[in-house]
Design a protein around this ligand. Sequence first.
Ligand SMILES: Cc1cc2nc3c(=O)[nH]c(=O)nc-3n(C[C@H](O)[C@H](O)[C@H](O)COP(=O)(O)OP(=O)(O)OC[C@H]3O[C@@H](n4cnc5c(N)ncnc54)[C@H](O)[C@@H]3O)c2cc1C
Length: 407
Amino acid sequence: MIGPRLHSGSDLNDNIRPVTTLPADAALHPLTTLAEDERLLRDSIREFAHAQVRPLVSEMDEQAKIPRALIDQLFDLGVMGIEIPEALGGSGGRFFHAVLAVEELSRVDPSVGVLVDVQNTLVANALLRWGSVDLKARVLPKLASKSVGAYALSEAGSGSDAFALQTRAREDGDHYRLDGRKLWITNAHEADFFIVFANLNPEAGYRGITAFIVERGMPGFTIGKKEDKLGIRASSTCELLLEHCRVPKANVLGEAGKGYKVAIETLNEGRIGIGAQMLGLAAGALEHAIRYTKERHQFGKAIADFQGVQFQLARAATEVEAARLLVYNAARLRDLNEPFLTEAAMCKIYASEVAEHVASLAVNLFGGYGFVKDYPVEKLYRDAKIGQIYEGTSNLQLQTIAKQILS
Ligand SMILES: Cc1cc2nc3c(=O)[nH]c(=O)nc-3n(C[C@H](O)[C@H](O)[C@H](O)COP(=O)(O)OP(=O)(O)OC[C@H]3O[C@@H](n4cnc5c(N)ncnc54)[C@H](O)[C@@H]3O)c2cc1C
């Protein structure tokens, strides 16, 4: 493993998130100043992204696939189990470390960023919070060392209205039988473990929703069609088919009928990860724009010498910094066990808008070269769009923020 092991102090039976201790003079620390362990992690991932991911970006986009060899390197780097305790083979880090990893990888490729994001902020996170001791012991060491995870809530008829899901679970001896279809599931092509939400008691409405760990290869479980997407093309997005899929009762995640809580609470945290993905994308697009405008000459000088261009870059840099403050603040609040619901929604909506704007500006500043696949910003522009859609659309984030500020 290249990345440092990050001690969190949590263990197998620890259902409570690790609490960061702030130094006595914490009030004097800028939000973006990184602790030594954070800086080491960021630098090692930055180096990895530059050396190992960057050369593959356009091929992965074209082939709509992340090579298994790269995924194995991500496991070796320690970024696939950031919050998983060291005793279970993970890196023993905090949520903030996961956010840094997603930001750095997304700076180079937001598809690799979201693979790592879903693995950490949704799948491992939910298991750490709600998994039984047995489930944690069985699944977490695999998630930390070789198995990809996926999170399956959405269906064809239920996206924003997620609790209207139609997948049914029925008791069947020491098993549950799952029937239904999930749509849009990130990492599904690569994953071995899937958190699947199904309703055990539709008469009880959302209080029947239950979370299950479904494993690749379980009878009645098939990975369906892979989507052909506008952006983050290398990240797999597939349908899941559950036909009398028998899942052992031991694979229920949390309590039966409490899956709605698992879903809401995990997604509240997950959207900070999407904020980090969009922040990384925006920072990457800005770097490309700065480099290019200093090299490209028109009218006898570098286009970065024109004040009109300088002001556009300055505004973009300001937006990226503001997005970083929102994302880091939400992540640090989460690690401190402080309320972060509003801040998480704000960081996701803002960072995704900044990503779209800065990637669009980068395309403009590259001129014709920005419009073709030989240069990196065309892809980042396509990749940016998803930030306003998944893990709660922008309208749903606004709904959350409005509810909080008006209550
Ligand atoms: C690439 C990709 C990856 C994804 N990965 C996953 C995954 O891993 N797991 C998973 O479970 N899901 C995943 N999703 C699904 C994603 O979370 C949903 O697409 C998203 O929540 C929106 O749902 P929908 O597509 O059904 O749109 P809809 O809910 O139909 O929304 C359509 C439009 O209506 C608006 N709207 C809906 N309700 C309201 C309202 N009350 N007020 C105002 N406006 C409203 C929305 O904002 C949106 O603009 C993924 C989707 C994509 C495209």
